[in-house]
Design a protein. Structure first.
Length: 421
């Protein structure tokens, strides 16, 4: 390292310097945050918060277990930081995974989940936008095509895909690399050969039929997860998606009395498997033994609403609902919320009415399942309504989101009932 960095002493080299030297990748941001890894390959882990020095580059994040400004002198020989590949990752604010404030979650395509937190509002917002920008940028770059070609077709739910991506993200062993190169008749050390491989891959990708063409030929059908609500309803000739109806019925059959229903998370790998089955339009029986964990069903239902390109409360209504919840007079506030709800598109209104009627039944069993209207508001607020563009008012918005859902549950009959009620 000193041969490359003659102007630096060993003690003055930071982790950012090391990463830049080794990976030839510019460090975009670095600093301390609280971190908790809550899932590894879809398997849930016990939440354990610790302070980490985090380094963000164009394609990944690295977590270092340093308690002070890291330097080369502090690193043990062979020490490797935990690395997070941001290609295809998802980032979102969450209030249901922790009682701490200002928490956001990063979920990778391999099923790893991380929570990051800071009590300093501007600091956590800065990190959120920096990571989100990196993820968004990766999704547009063709360098990510080998992974994103399936993600763009929304096939990432396949467990086989998740496993393969997890394997691909790891550095291949020399013998594996040699075997692969032997089969392709190329030499990894030969730049020209590598360029020929890239050229062939680009030609193959460019000749692939477009998603629209495949859909027109019936080879790929519109997905349920990740599609607009009105498109799902049009396809099914209904005003409430069948998957939503099936989940609600399943929860009401066997989940009303379950402690922490909707707050407790199910196994991510199983949720992704359920997502895949739904997207393939396979016959779905939620009473099947593979879906026996009711938290998998509730997790998939929350994921469905979270992945809507436009939330259940349409973007154009967000500010209007926020203004309505600010009204001091309780009666006027309810009337204003009711008026806005009545203006919603039919699929949004009918789906919302069915969901809130269901959640009202959950809250009615609060003494058993410990889920009050306030708890449900915290869980569903950020999932059902959010601004089209994140602003510096994130913490304030989250408070209003929770309050709107809580009020609509508490005053369900007045908001969704007939004029005579």
């Amino acid at each position: 390292i000193n041969r490359h960095r003659r102007n630096h002493s060993q003690h003055n080299l930071t982790l950012a310097d090391i990463i830049s030297t080794q990976d030839h990748t510019a460090v975009e941001k670095e600093g301390y945050l609280l971190k908790a890894k809550i899932a590894d390959g879809g398997k849930k882990l016990r939440k354990n918060w610790s302070t980490s020095w985090i380094v963000l580059t164009a394609q990944k994040m690295e977590f270092y277990k340093e308690s002070k400004q890291p330097s080369l002198a502090n690193l043990k020989p062979g020490y490797k930081p935990e690395c997070v590949d941001l290609c295809g990752a998802r980032i979102e604010w969450t209030s249901e995974k922790s009682s701490r404030k200002n928490v956001f979650q990063i979920t990778t395509v391999s099923g790893n989940e991380f929570l990051l937190q800071s009590d300093i509002d501007f600091l956590i917002l800065d990190w959120f936008h920096a990571i989100k920008n990196a993820i968004d940028r990766l999704s547009k770059e063709r360098s990510c095509t080998s992974k994103n070609v399936e993600l763009k077709l929304r096939r990432s739910s396949s467990i086989e895909l998740l496993n393969s991506l997890d394997t691909e993200s790891k550095e291949p062993k020399p013998e594996h690399r040699k075997s692969l190169i032997f089969r392709l008749n190329y030499s990894a050390s030969d730049t020209n050969d590598r360029n020929r491989v890239k050229s062939r891959l680009k030609k193959f990708i460019s000749r692939r039929p477009s998603l629209k063409t495949l859909q027109e030929k019936g080879l790929i059908k519109d997905q349920i997860f990740g599609s607009h609500l009105h498109l799902v309803c049009e396809h099914e000739k209904s005003t409430v998606p069948q998957f939503v109806q099936l989940c609600i019925k399943a929860v009401e059959r066997r989940g009303l009395d379950v402690d922490g229903i909707y707050r407790v998370s199910g196994n991510l790998a199983t949720i992704q498997k359920l997502r895949f089955v739904v997207n393939q339009e396979e016959k779905l029986n939620l009473d099947d033994s593979q879906w026996e964990d009711i938290h998998v069903v509730t997790g998939a239902l929350k994921m469905f609403f979270r992945e809507l390109p436009e939330p259940l409360f349409p973007y154009c209504f967000f500010e209007q609902f926020v203004e309505a919840i600010k009204i001091q007079d309780h009666t006027t506030r309810i009337k204003s919320i009711r008026s806005l709800v009545k203006k919603l598109p039919r699929p949004n209104y009918d789906t919302m009415k069915m969901l809130f009627e269901h959640l009202k039944k959950i809250a009615a069993k609060e003494s058993v399942n410990l889920m009050s209207t306030q708890s449900l508001g915290i869980v569903f607020g950020p999932t059902l309504l959010r601004p089209e563009k994140e602003t510096g008012n994130m913490a304030v918005h989250m408070l209003y989101q929770n309050q709107i859902v809580e009020l609509m549950l508490s005053e369900y009959s007045k908001i969704f009932g007939s004029e005579e009620d």
